[in-house]
Design a protein around this ligand. Structure first.
Ligand SMILES: Cc1ncc(C[n+]2csc(CCOP(=O)(O)OP(=O)(O)O)c2C)c(N)n1
Ligand SMILES: [Mg+2]
Length: 317
């Protein structure tokens, strides 16, 4: 318990702090990439990614800062990518919306809603053929459910009994449009329950609970030979794209934010740690992460841009 909570908090704090540093520097206009911030949803990324084994695989969306940092724990290549530098995850060509770490199983993230889902199904199919025991976690937002490719992929995964976790990060919004204005059914979990898969649903902000739910989901997909649909709710603290709060934009109220913020995932976990660790120990951990991020930022700023010939390398056409 104690060690697990410490490990999970380390990741949560890294993500929250790295994004705070992005917020601080974004307006300098040196990070030439749209930013879809993870703030508010960190517990889902950390809980799921930490429960996966080192060889399991992940596909994500353009809102994947949290997934990348949770999976890798590193911030040098992350910041370099945001700054468009040669030392970035994709040599500065991909930006915030296409963070990857294939060597650690983070196969792809994609800016086009829903397009990562069939990639995850393909990977799961390959894993099944190779009988290698790997599980694929497919992250997507509630907006991706509105795409036909979600339903086709779910259908194929259930039909082929693939070892997949469908991880729906439901913030109730697609840009500014609430779920109620988009869905012709009352409950996505009730609809998905009609498929041949296990369904897990929770609106917790407790990373430890998400970690345990994911462990159960992994056991279920492996023992039952069928996918698990995980429906996890969170509150998007910031605007759809960009680094600011937008409660005055008129499409949502500050009171909902206040309710979710009371159970903020980072604070919740920090309070748990206080049972076992002194304030000095927790602060020392936070300081070391702040130092890591500061160094990454500095290295990213100082790193070179890719050379012009790079423009034609690592591309398909
Ligand atoms: C196929 C496609 N249609 C529309 C868009 C424009 N778009 C970008 S993000 C987004 C909303 C997606 O919402 P959701 O899947 O819930 O993810 P969230 O941003 O809430 O994390 C839309 C419609 C797109 N990128 N791709
Ligand atoms: Mg959404």
């Amino acid at each position: 318990m104690k060690t697990l909570n410490w490990q999970l908090y380390q990741k949560l704090f890294l993500i929250r702090h790295a994004e705070a540093v992005i917020q601080e520097h974004y307006l300098e206009d040196e990070m030439k990439t749209p930013m879809h911030m993870s703030k508010g949803g960190e517990a889902i990324a950390v809980g799921v990614c930490d429960a996966l084994s080192a060889t399991d695989q992940i596909v994500g969306t353009y809102r994947s800062h949290a997934i990348y940092l949770a999976k890798t724990g590193e911030s040098d290549r992350f910041f370099a990518e945001l700054y468009g530098k040669a030392t970035g995850t994709a040599k500065g060509k991909a930006g915030s919306m296409h963070l990857t770490a294939p060597e650690l199983g983070l196969i792809c993230t994609s800016a086009i809603v829903g397009t990562n889902i069939p990639v995850g199904i393909g990977a799961a199919f390959a894993n099944r053929r190779q009988n290698n025991g790997k599980v694929v976690a497919i992250f997507f937002g509630d907006g991706a459910i509105d795409e036909g490719v979600f339903w086709e992929s779910l259908n194929m995964a259930c039909l082929m009994r693939l070892p997949v976790l469908f991880v729906c990060e439901d913030n109730g919004l697609a840009v500014h449009i609430p779920s109620e204005a988009r869905h012709g059914y009352r409950s996505i979990t009730e609809v998905v329950r009609q498929f041949d898969c296990e369904v897990v649903a929770d609106d917790t902000t407790d990373v430890e609970q998400i970690y345990r739910l994911t462990q159960q989901a992994i056991r279920a997909t492996q023992s039952q030979n069928r996918p698990v649909f995980m429906h996890l709710k969170y509150y998007r603290y910031l605007e759809h794209v960009g680094v600011f709060e937008d409660f005055k934009a008129g499409y949502r109220s500050k009171s909902a934010y206040d309710r979710w913020e009371e159970a903020d995932p980072i604070r919740l976990q920090r309070e748990k740690l206080q049972q076992w660790y002194s304030e000095a120990e927790i602060s020392a951990l936070e300081d070391s992460i702040k130092e890591q991020v500061q160094l990454s930022l500095q290295r990213a700023e100082e790193a070179p841009f890719p050379e012009s010939h790079e423009l034609y390398e690592d591309i398909y056409a």
